[in-house]
Design a protein around this ligand. Structure first.
Ligand SMILES: Nc1ncnc2c1ncn2[C@@H]1O[C@H](COP(=O)(O)OP(=O)(O)OP(=O)(O)O)[C@@H](O)[C@H]1O
Ligand SMILES: CC(C)(CO)[C@@H](O)C(=O)[O-]
Ligand code: BAL
Length: 308
């Protein structure tokens, strides 16, 4: 499998795909690949002629106290796991991996201390400081910056993101629209879960003990499912009651250390006031368990991929 680490080489690859009139699907990742990532790769393969997967643990989305140093990294094992998707491509360049160094992505260097950072950074204001942004105020600036760089490097037709990181999907869609990157489009792929427990797959699940992974962490999704059942089967629309259902299961019964649970409007990400309206809503949250901080969400009354 061709692994490209330099942007200039990537541009040559892109020129070739363009000369062949092939559409390019792009799957950005931070590696430690799992079935969640593979579902994005499968979606990209099904919609595009050529697929590029990037593997890059992006420093600028981590605060100095977060897990940048410990984040799981194993390029060799990731490449092995991608082999089945590379098998039977017509041309070697129809499936590639972009695995740049930090220096390649941040030519002026990068420190996790925002005050001392120099160079170009991208902010998506209005969608970045609520929800995940409360605990991680630096996070979406780092994501928007690296995603912009990756989009400039790969120049995809379609880019694939997971619903698990729902706020990230909103930020990236706003980025594409506001920075006039269209006709490029963002495709959102449903969250992949452990078939037995329902726990959303996440690279950070490796931080959990077996008991945390199999018994405790899944209580959050159980709470989300309680709310979905009440919304769908009992016509429950009260924000207060839907949120209480999640809290009861995840916090009271499961004993999880909840950071936030929010019911938000699907366009503005503002909290639903009173009852869920015609537009539906997103129920999302984060919790800490052992050494991990995990997130999850479900959609109430809205199609899976609005705008697709
Ligand atoms: N369970 C999942 N289902 C679908 N997509 C997923 C899932 N987990 C991650 N993704 C998507 O894969 C892409 C790369 O994510 P990333 O490499 O950060 O993995 P991750 O498992 O989310 O890791 P982390 O533990 O850092 O959140 C993102 O678009 C993310 O939303
Ligand atoms: C989009 C992304 C690859 C940017 O580093 C990251 O935030 C992720 O993996 O979700
Ligand atoms: N999947 C989001 C990447 C992060 O939490 O840093």
């Amino acid at each position: 499998m061709r692994v490209i680490s330099k942007v200039t080489e990537l541009h040559q690859w892109r020129a070739k795909t363009r000369s062949q009139n092939k559409t390019v699907g792009f799957v950005p990742t931070m590696g430690a690949l799992h079935q969640g990532h593979f579902s994005l790769v499968e979606a990209a393969k099904s919609k595009c002629d050529v697929v590029a997967v990037s593997i890059f643990v992006n420093p600028s989305q981590f605060a100095p106290h977060e897990d940048y140093d410990n984040y799981p990294r194993d390029l060799e094992s990731d490449l092995k796991k991608l082999e089945p998707y590379y098998q039977n491509v017509q041309d070697d360049d129809d499936f590639i991996v972009f695995a740049p160094s930090v220096e390649e992505m941040y030519p002026r260097g990068i420190t996790l201390d925002i005050e001392r950072q120099i160079g170009g950074f991208v902010e998506i204001r209005g969608l970045s400081l609520q929800l995940e942004g409360v605990t991680r105020p630096h996070f979406f600036r780092g994501v928007a910056t690296v995603v912009t760089k990756l989009f400039c490097a790969v120049q995809p037709d379609l880019a694939f993101f997971g619903q698990k990181d729902i706020q990230q999907c909103f930020v990236v869609r706003a980025l594409v629209e506001d920075l006039i990157m269209f006709p490029m489009k963002v495709v959102i792929v449903p969250t992949q879960r452990d078939p037995k427990t329902g726990l959303a797959l996440s690279s950070r699940n490796v931080y959990l003990t077996d008991d945390e992974r199999d018994n405790l962490a899944p209580m959050f999704y159980k709470g989300l499912k309680d709310a979905v059942a009440a919304y769908e089967n009992k016509n429950e629309r009260s924000a207060e009651k839907l949120l209480a259902l999640v809290r009861n299961r995840a916090e009271k019964e499961g004993g999880l250390n909840i950071e936030y649970i929010s019911l938000i409007e699907p366009d503005t990400l503002e909290p639903v006031v009173g009852n869920v309206g015609e537009k539906g809503a997103i129920l999302c949250g984060a919790w800490r368990i052992g050494a991990a901080r995990l997130i999850d969400n479900v959609l109430l009354g809205i199609p899976l991929m609005p705008k697709d």
